[in-house]
Structures are given as C-alpha cells and as structure tokens.
Design a binder for this molecule. Structure first.
Ligand code: 2M8
Length: 441
C-alpha cells in the first residue's frame, strides 16, 4: 500500500490549494471546473483560512457580500470577469438587465445557496477580535440576508426556506429533486454548450444532458419572471422547502444572534433574530422531521407540501440545529452511523454517503447520488460536537482525514465510497478548507 501523507504535508498541501485557487479577493472553488466565486464555498473557505490568515478569510466574505442584491439575496455565483470558461455565464443569467434588485457590477447569478455565512463570520471573529470594525460593517448585510431567506423565501411563514432550483440546495443532482423535477414540463431551451463535462475524467460523474436541459429550463423560467420572488411564487414550476438549507440557516442564525449581542445591536433587532430562530427550528421539527424515517425531508410545494421520501445526507441535517431536543439528536446520531450512512459495511472509510446506498436514486459515482463530500462530513462533525457526541465526532474527523491523507485523494470534490477514489475536480477549495479546520481542531 502506498504511504499516506502525514498531517504536516496535508496541511501544507491544503494551504497550497487555497493559494493556487486565490483570485485576489475571493477564491474559486476549483481550478477549472468552477472558475468564479461560489457563495457557500466561500464561507467554508473563510473558515479554513481563519487559522492562518483571518483578515484574508474575512475579505472572502466581504467580496461576496459586495455582490448582495438590493432585496437581500446573496447570489450563488459572483462572476470573475477574467474568465469565459463556464456555462451558464453572466450573459445567460442576464440579472442586471432583468431585475432592478441585481447589482450592475459585479455580474452574478440569480439564485442563492445555503446561508452558512454568519457562522463563518462568527468563526473568523472568534479567532480575530481585532477585526471588529470589519465584522460590524458586515453585520447588517448578514441580517438582510437572513431576512430575505425567511421572508421572500417563506411567504407561508412555515419557518422553512423555499428553493427554486437544485443548484440552490448545494446538493445539485441529489435524488431529493427527482420527484419535484418530474413535475417540471421542459419548454424550449435556447441552444448551449456545456463546459463542465470537459473538466472531469468521466462525464458520467456530472449531471446528464437531460438533467442539464431541465436545470436550464428553470433558469429561463426565473428570467421570465425577472427573478421576482412574488411573481415566481405564483407561476414557477419548482418550489421546494429545503430541509438542509433550513437546518444550516438555524446554525448560522444562532451565530448571528451571538454576533448581534457582541456588537451591541439594538434589543429589538436581537429579538427579531430570535423570532426567526424559533420559527425555523419549529418549522423543521413540525413539518420536515419524519419520526418514522428518522430523517428530515424536503416538502414539495407543487404537491401540497408533501414530504419527498428519499434517504440522503440532507435528512441528517437537523444535527446542526442549535439546542436540538436530545431525543432527536440521539436518533440522528444513530441513523448517521447506521448501515444507511457511515456504518455501511462496504465503505472504505466511514464517512457520510450523500445518498443511502441501494436506495432510490443511488449511484456509486454520480454527482450527489452516493459519493461522499468531505464538506458534508465536516458540517455534521460540527453538529455532533454541538450535541455532545464527542466520540462520534472524533471518529468522523479521523476517518475523513484518513481518506484525505491518501496520496491520490488530492483534495477531491467528492469520493467514491467503496474504494475512496477521488471524483469530480481535484484541488477543490472547500475540501482543503475543511481539512485545515480539522487539522487545527
Ligand atoms: C456544485 O454546483 C455547481 C452549480 O452551482 C455545479 O454543479 O456546476 C455544487 O456541489 C455546489 O454545492 C457547489 O457550491 C459548487 C461549487 O463547488 O459546485
């Protein structure tokens, strides 16, 4: 067997990945596959950088929030003007021309991604209190972002965030979206050439052409309604209440409440944030948590809010909810290490599969349909520790580090389960970032 990397080498390699992907004031998620700034990637990157360069870590988030829309949304992609090698690029989204809320510059997409940013800002602030003035400047933007999530994206006031596109979920091609996508009647999609498939070894690790047509048709529908939430809510064919997105919201919003107190925000503002927290936690536990399945499920709003019955890593997401009732936390922990996830007997490393092996929609090498994403294990490692499951957290951290210390792992975007083979892009920034955080812990 080939010798594994030691922790010192792994750390240096991780720092090199982030350095090589550095665009100056933001970091691209991968050298070629993802050449712009991505919203939630930047939050993980900031956490990874917080140990070596907290000032640069905060810059990552400041750059992202410079592109915040007037309505509070934080775009999922901020386009790097120096590259054209990505599709769909700024022209296809055409946001500034279509929506008065979008910034003229920089060009952005019109979607969002999970709101992990306040948690990242708090993490940076904890290690670098001297950055207080800059954190203070970011704080109101974070409040507007959270407000957008829980108002425009939750007009029903259920406490659950609605997504318009699988790209918003961060788990793009997950079986979570198979049933809601079936209801979308694909119309005429303007011609396009994919660029993503040429940057991976095997195109079947990426979404299929049919899936891409569907994704792009949804973009056309968003454009038709000018990215206007009120209009979209009436006519749009894909409205899903996202359990993972909402769980992450509660983790981040809890951090935002602490930030608000540290920055002496007005009492009424703290109370408003606390109100959102209660609403989101109640929403998750009342509508999304399925006691029989012991999983949090998404709700398909095009089908009267029915739960989407699949077994994916998103189902474990309430583990990150602060102050989760102990009984639910224990059930999720058991589920996480059962044969459905990190206890599956064929795993080379006991990491968290993105989809339960053998269940509907599972595929061993396809995008978000089985392979493991270190960034998800990292998120749930945070959740386990938050709930006092230190032993399990330690084991999950170690298994992920063992995987990443294989010389051929190369900070992969994701990994096949039975052999630990690297899939998708190599030198993925958020994989390097979470490795840095694990090594520092
Ligand atoms: C993946 O998403 C992009 C589209 O946004 C893609 O598949 O082309 C997802 O894994 C997403 O969660 C991630 O933020 C992005 C960049 O790493 O890649």
């Amino acid at each position: 067997m080939e010798k594994v990397l030691d922790e010192k080498t792994l750390k240096q390699d991780a720092l090199d990945v982030l350095k090589n992907n550095d665009l100056g004031k933001s970091t691209k998620p991968a050298p070629q596959l993802y050449p712009h700034q991505w919203s939630w990637d930047s939050a993980f990157i900031a956490i990874g950088l917080s140990h070596s360069n907290p000032s640069r870590a905060l810059t990552e988030l400041e750059t992202l929030f410079d592109a915040q829309w007037k309505d509070g949304r934080v775009p999922h992609i901020v386009f790097n003007p120096n590259t054209k090698d990505y599709f769909p690029g700024p022209d296809r989204w055409n946001c500034a021309a279509l929506s008065p809320a979008a910034p003229e510059k920089p060009a952005t997409s019109g979607l969002i991604q999970p709101p992990i940013h306040a948690f990242a800002v708090k993490t940076v602030f904890d290690v670098a209190p001297e950055l207080k003035d800059r954190v203070r400047a970011l704080y109101p933007k974070l409040v507007r972002w959270h407000k957008y999530c829980l108002t425009e994206r939750d007009p029903e006031k259920m406490g659950l965030i609605t997504i318009y596109h699988p790209w918003e979920s961060g788990t793009d091609n997950s079986p979570r979206w198979d049933s809601p996508l079936k209801g979308v009647k694909v119309g005429e999609v303007p011609p396009y050439t994919r660029r993503d498939t040429k940057h991976v070894n095997d195109p079947s690790e990426r979404p299929s052409n049919e899936e891409y047509d569907r994704f792009l048709w949804l973009v056309e529908c968003l454009k038709k309604d000018h990215y206007d939430d009120a209009k979209l809510y009436k006519t749009y064919p894909f409205l899903v209440k996202d359990a993972l997105m909402t769980s992450i919201f509660t983790l981040s919003n809890h951090a935002l409440i602490e930030l608000a107190k540290q920055l002496d925000a007005p009492k009424e503002e703290v109370q408003m944030l606390e109100g959102w927290q209660k609403r989101a936690v109640d929403g998750l536990l009342e509508h999304s948590w399925n006691r029989q399945k012991m999983l949090a499920l998404d709700l398909d709003m095009e089908r009267g809010g029915a739960q989407v019955d699949v077994s994916t890593c998103a189902g474990l997401s309430p583990i990150v909810v602060p102050r989760l009732p102990a009984e639910i936390a224990t059930k999720i922990k058991e589920q996480m290490f059962s044969d459905k996830f990190a206890g599956w007997s064929d795993l080379k490393f006991r990491v968290i599969p993105s989809t339960t092996p053998g269940t509907a929609g599972f595929h061993p090498r396809a995008y978000w349909r089985g392979p493991s994403w270190p960034v998800i294990s990292w998120l749930y490692w945070i959740g386990l520790r938050q709930n006092g499951f230190e032993k399990e957290a330690k084991e999950l951290r170690q298994q992920n580090l063992d995987l990443l210390e294989q010389p051929e792992a190369k900070f992969g975007e994701y990994f096949e389960l039975t052999k630990g083979t690297q899939l998708g892009s190599a030198d993925q920034s958020w994989t390097a970032a979470v490795a840095l955080d694990w090594l520092a812990s």
